[in-house]
Design a protein around this ligand. Structure first.
Ligand code: FES
Length: 152
């Protein structure tokens, strides 16, 4: 338990911008190197929770092979990630139904599950089941290096 706390804290301290930065709505930079494959982290940008997922090969393949015609809000996985960085999914963690925060790594689609009314999103953050009308939004972001992104 002590060991877990010791490893988690530096991550949180590094990832979360200070209150003044959030209030200003300034862009934030996030170092991706501590995020292991299969792990998600949540940071805040403009007061919104942002999920950053380091997707596994399986999650990427699942996202890529889904026929667009089967999606309630059709969007190719390639349109939701940055070219050459397929392993990184960055989405705003606000359910498009009524605004709850979905839980990562839950649900039937290897993605996100919203506990409020049961919406399920896949490993690309696309709505697959439940009352939400649209995919989780992708915030404006870019890679400033291979291991660092800037959101906003
Ligand atoms: S707010 Fe997420 S399913 Fe209703």
């Amino acid at each position: 338990m002590v060991g877990a706390a010791a490893t988690v804290w530096p991550l949180v301290a590094q990832m979360n911008p200070d209150a003044a930065t959030i209030a200003a709505g300034a862009p934030i930079q996030v170092d991706l190197t501590p995020i292991a494959e299969g792990q998600d982290i949540k940071v805040f940008w403009r007061g919104k929770p942002i999920y950053i997922s380091h997707r596994t090969k399986k999650q990427i393949e699942e996202a890529q092979k889904v026929p667009l015609s089967s999606l309630p809000d059709p969007q190719a996985d390639s349109a939701r990630v940055k070219e050459g960085h397929d392993q990184w999914l960055v989405v705003i963690g606000i359910c498009t139904h009524l605004g709850c925060i979905p839980i990562a790594h839950e649900g039937n689609y290897d993605g996100f599950f919203c506990p409020c009314h049961g919406s399920q999103y896949d490993s690309s953050g696309r709505i697959r089941q439940g009352p939400a009308p649209a995919n989780l939004a992708v915030p404006p972001y870019s890679f400033v290096s291979d291991t660092k992104i800037q959101i906003g």
